[in-house]
Design a binder for this molecule. Structure first.
Ligand SMILES: Cc1cc2nc3c(=O)[nH]c(=O)nc-3n(C[C@H](O)[C@H](O)[C@H](O)COP(=O)(O)OP(=O)(O)OC[C@H]3O[C@@H](n4cnc5c(N)ncnc54)[C@H](O)[C@@H]3O)c2cc1C
Length: 390
């Protein structure tokens, strides 16, 4: 995980209670790039021109009287005023370009007035990478303010581990679960061999695919349901860069660029601005087909494919990156996939079964929430399960 929306109060509450310092995660950066068929375009230009296009089309619709809503003249005037501001339209209700898109000739101290970039060809704006990238942070879980723990997301786990002390046994692997008269027997493998514990209640937080395969006496219907849940094949790859070329050459400070290639997204670090070097997330893939294609490659093949995608966004990137590290969650033995993706039918038919306790067994995890793929989902699910155990 990389980012925390400001309204994920559960996980942020733990950060506060455990003293995990936070900093801003730059999820949207108008200087970041969207890869069009003609080359990379800064997001600010796509945002401005898309709004200009939509506003102009709407204004033309008003002129032709094609609007079906019953609006009187004061309403229409208010609508036109809104459209002019929304799309940076001229007094003629046409979009002629705007400094929102950036400068063709930037403002300086010379004799010539600055000049805004001309509008992009509207057909270019219809390329999915452009409009999807431009709309990305409209999602409630992606909009500012986004946060990240100083030092990385594992600072939360480390702080929790410190708070739990000896109650936590790192590296312990549960190998089987059985019901007994006094509750449930848990067999687990620790650093010094096999152990067994009996407990009146057990909270099981393994990801669904792993719990489905674990040696348990859970009923067949639950095991089949756990196995039927689809988990995303998301993957990431990061490079070390000796030089922050994105800051030095492009004034990109944090944020995300988009490519229609396998890499999908390229993330710039939100911290350490102007430091000597930095870690560039060269790929964040979540489409299953792309994720599986990426996962099937060896480490060198993954790095080469992602560097090639990055090269299109940042010509010369291949010479700047080194030490690639990648994770394909579908290949992670302790994860079994990235996150659960419920179908509508499964939400209706399976979700009630999987979230309900069963004798001594209680269940929690991101997959048992409506916020799958977010730590907040795991927190809310755990709190929900604990209520049932009280
Ligand atoms: C690529 C990716 C990006 C993400 N980005 C974000 C983000 O930006 N922000 C955000 O909030 N969330 C993000 N998430 C989601 C977040 O990581 C999860 O929602 C969260 O980690 C789920 O917590 P959990 O406790 O349900 O499961 P997990 O974190 O998977 O914990 C399950 C634990 O069970 C352990 N385990 C497995 N088998 C056994 C066994 N047999 N015995 C003992 N232990 C076992 C595993 O080692 C693991 O520690 C992302 C996830 C992925 C994969």
């Amino acid at each position: 995980p990389a980012r925390i929306p400001h309204h994920h109060r559960g996980i942020l509450g733990y950060c506060k209670a455990l003293g995990v310092p936070l900093e801003v995660q730059v999820n949207e950066n108008r200087a970041a790039l969207l890869q069009a068929s003609t080359g990379p375009v800064p997001q600010r230009r796509v945002q401005a021109d898309l709004r200009g296009l939509i506003a102009e089309l709407a204004a033309k619709g008003l002129e032709r009287g094609t609007l079906e809503a019953p609006l009187d003249e004061p309403d229409l005037e208010a609508l036109r005023a809104m459209l002019r501001r929304f799309g940076a339209l001229g007094a003629d209700h046409r979009y002629h370009g705007s400094s929102r898109a950036g400068w063709d000739r930037p403002p300086g101290a010379g004799p010539e007035a600055p000049r805004a970039l001309p509008p992009l060809d509207a057909r270019l704006l219809l390329e999915p990478t452009l409009w999807a990238g431009a709309a990305f942070t409209e999602g409630v879980d992606y909009a500012a303010t986004m946060l990240q723990p100083v030092g990385g997301m594992d600072r939360i786990a480390a702080a929790l581990a410190t708070a739990l002390g000896e109650a936590l046994v790192p590296g312990a692997e549960v190998v089987s679960l059985r019901r007994g008269e006094a509750g449930a027997r848990v067999r687990w493998r620790g650093a010094d061999g096999m152990r067994e514990e009996t407990a009146a209640q057990v909270l099981i937080t393994l990801p669904a695919p792993l719990l489905a395969r674990l040696d348990t006496d859970l009923p067949e219907a639950r095991r089949a349901g756990l196995a039927a849940l689809h988990y995303s094949s998301a993957a990431k790859l990061a490079f070390h860069c000796a030089r922050r070329f994105w800051e030095e050459d492009h004034a990109i400070y944090g944020g995300i660029s988009w490519t229609p290639g396998e890499a999908t997204q390229l993330w710039y670090p939100s911290h350490g601005f102007h430091a000597e070097g930095g870690i560039l997330t060269g790929a964040y893939i979540w489409d299953d087909d792309l994720g599986e294609r990426f996962a099937a490659r060896g480490p060198a093949g993954r790095a080469a494919a992602i560097a090639a995608d990055g090269e299109a966004l940042h010509p010369g990137l291949g010479r700047e990156v080194s030490a690639p590290v990648s994770v394909a969650w579908s290949r992670m033995p302790r994860a079994g996939g990235a996150w659960a993706e419920w179908t509508t039918a499964q939400r209706r038919d399976l979700y009630p079964l999987l979230r309900s306790p069963e004798g001594p067994y209680h269940f929690a995890g991101e997959y048992l929430s409506w916020l799958t793929g977010w730590q907040e989902g795991a927190v809310l699910s755990a709190w929900n399960a604990l209520e049932g155990m009280a």
